[in-house]
Structure formats: C-alpha cells, structure tokens
Design a protein around this ligand. Structure first.
Ligand SMILES: *Cc1c(COP(=O)(O)O)cnc(C)c1O
Length: 357
C-alpha cells in the first residue's frame, strides 16, 4: 500500500451495534473514503474522512438523470484473526465495466483496490465476530455536476462506505420462495442490465412489491423481449440442477455477471461437476419439473452467498423443490465451500482470498 491518502481524524467514535441488531446496511462505520473528478485534474484528492452527510447542489446531475454506479463486496474476520477480502479485484474491474456503459470516467483499479484495503484496515474493529457476519463494503460513484442539460457529467464523486452486516441465515440455509415475473421486465438487450447502476433497482421495485403481495420473497426475471428465457433474481444470479447437470443462464448483456456466479462455476468445474452456461427457457424448467428432473434451484450473490429456492411460482403453478434443504444438496456443498474459503476455515484452492495486513 503506497498511495498517499489524506486522513482527517474523527473527533468522536460511534458505539458499535450489538451483533443481534445488525441487519443489512443499517449501520455505518466511523470513516469513509472519498475522491473527486473534474476534467482538469481527473480523479484527485483521495482522502479518508469521518463518515458524514454530503453537501450537493440540488442540480447535481445524479438526482435528475441517475448517472451512478456501485459495487458490493465483504470483508470477513477469520477465526485466527486475519481480515480477508474475497476476489476484490473482480468488483473493481466490474465497476469500470459499469462506468464505461454509464459514460462515467474510468477509475484506476490499483488505487481503488488500495483504498478499499486502507479503509478496511482502519475500520477492522467494525468487522463483527458472529457466525455469518461480515463488513459490507459499498464503493459508488455519483455525477455531482450541477446541470440540467442531458449529457455525461463533467464532475463526479467516488466514495466507499462500510456497514457491519448480520448473518443472512440462522445456522441453516433457509429456502426462498421465488415468483416468475412475466409482466414487468428488468432489462433489455442493449440496455444497462449488465451494470450495477441504481436505475436497474428502481425499475425492479414494482415487481418486487407484486411478488410480496402474492406471498413470495423475490422475483425471477425473464428476458425483456420474449418474456420466455430466464435471466436472474432480484440481486442474485440463478442456477438449476437438472438431471445431474448444473445450468445457469449465459451472460447476454442484460444479466449482471456476479462474482459469486463466476465462483460457483469455477468451483463446480474444479469438482468435476458438469456445469453449463446456456440460454434456458421457463418452459424447459417447467418440463424438467414435471418429469421429475428438476433437482435443485438456487440463487448466488454476495449478500446471501447461496440461496436455495424452495418454491418457484409461475402463472398458476407452484413448483415445490424440497431437495433444497437436503444436507447433500449441491447448494449446501457450495455454501459450505464458499463460506469456508471466505472465512479462511478451509483451503483456498483457486487463490481467491486477499488478506489485509
Ligand atoms: C450484484 C448483483 C448480483 C450478484 O453479484 P455478486 O457479485 O455475486 O454479488 C446479481 N444480480 C444483480 C442484479 C446484482 O446487482
């Protein structure tokens, strides 16, 4: 770590919340990282300052035209006290992919990775200790130029904030109930579905509300053109185990390429479990279900790691997937393997963790 980052000390430190009351993204640590962009200086003045509200002009472009991107990753505390990140370079690289699509200037990936490490090192006492807990890291960029003309902004702010988060599950994976959405769509080819930008989430809320009204936890999106091919879940990618083979939708420009998705594919290959990225229609899934060949469905994402699906609702059928909870399910094996690597409990055969020291 060699980047010179200006440091402004916090006068008061917050009280750390109890592990039981953590939840997700409700508490924030004492410090944040900030740097600014303008055309003359590029990205400049990297600094770690006390976590505090921002002062922005009401005309700041992000408020009007949504030019923004974000990332999400976690820092874990290993049993032996080491602080570990999981494939952080993937998140930083993906941020630049999002920036390119949203006409936001590229960030220096080395500088941003270093900023993540320095901020987490400074705030490592905030990494909770309980099983399944972690420190969630949220880097993001917003367009700050005050202007109502529609054009790529000339000024931006890059920030990293940290939030201690609780366990997603108790001591057992809890299956989710998912509703196949065939009215609203999340993304279309040529759009921004493959990026992490706030607008994708704004567009998804209506369908999420509908799913909840129908008694489901989350939405499974179909493609935006034919409403026939499977894309992904709210903030997770999706996998199916059909007749012994694991399949997941191929990245097609409207699906977000998850780091967890990539890690699952790599692990399955490492284990010699057949895995395929391909176009999958909802009819194929239903037919596999009817023929008794749909063995498992699970979602993947940083927040929950692996989320077994216990029920898939589509039109007026409710596909029941009882195997999700079986100890020998592929979902359970993947969950144990990934969290074992992330927490430094097991071997890291693919060299995914990065220790902060
Ligand atoms: C972040 C995200 C995912 C999961 O990506 P991970 O890198 O595995 O956390 C999946 N879908 C959407 C829409 C997302 O925003």
């Amino acid at each position: 770590m060699n980047q010179v980052i200006e440091f402004v000390k916090a006068d008061v430190k917050k009280e750390k919340p109890a592990v039981e009351s953590l939840g997700f993204g409700k508490h924030f640590t004492d410090y944040m990282f900030v740097m600014d962009y303008n055309e003359e200086e590029g990205w400049h003045q990297p600094r770690i300052t006390p976590y505090a509200p921002l002062v922005l002009e009401p005309a700041a472009m992000v408020f009007h035209y949504s030019q923004s991107v974000f990332e999400g990753l976690k820092a874990y505390r290993a049993k032996d006290g080491r602080v570990l990140l999981f494939r952080p370079e993937k998140n930083v690289a993906r941020m630049n992919v999002s920036c390119a699509r949203l006409s936001i200037p590229q960030i220096d990936e080395t500088i941003v990775l270093d900023a993540i490490k320095q901020l987490v090192e400074l705030e490592k006492d905030w990494i909770p200790d309980g099983e399944g807990t972690s420190l969630y890291i949220r880097p993001f960029i917003i367009a700050t130029e005050p202007s109502l003309g529609v054009h790529p902004a000339h000024e931006y702010k890059f920030m990293i904030i940290l939030s201690p988060v609780g366990s997603y599950y108790g001591d057992q994976l809890k299956p989710v109930r998912i509703y196949v959405e065939d009215e609203y769509v999340r993304a279309v080819p040529g759009g921004v579905g493959f990026t992490k930008t706030g607008g994708n989430y704004a567009a998804s809320l209506k369908a999420q509300e509908k799913a909840e009204e129908l008694g489901y936890d989350q939405v499974l999106w179909l493609d935006g053109v034919e409403r026939k091919y499977i894309e992904e879940v709210g903030s997770m990618n999706i996998f199916f185990k059909i007749n012994g083979e694991v399949v997941t939708p191929k990245l097609n420009g409207s699906i977000l390429g998850g780091v967890t998705r990539d890690s699952v594919i790599e692990l399955l290959k490492y284990w010699n479990v057949p895995v395929k990225e391909t176009k999958i229609s909802i009819d194929e899934i239903y037919n596999a279900y009817k023929n008794g060949q749909l063995e498992e469905v699970f979602g993947t994402g940083t927040a929950a790691v692996i989320s077994p699906v216990g029920e898939l609702g589509w039109k007026d059928v409710a596909m029941q997937l009882p195997h999700a909870e079986a100890p020998d399910s592929i979902a359970n094996r993947l969950y144990d393997a990934l969290t074992g690597i992330q927490l430094g409990k097991t071997e890291d055969p693919l060299n995914w963790t990065v220790e902060i020291k």
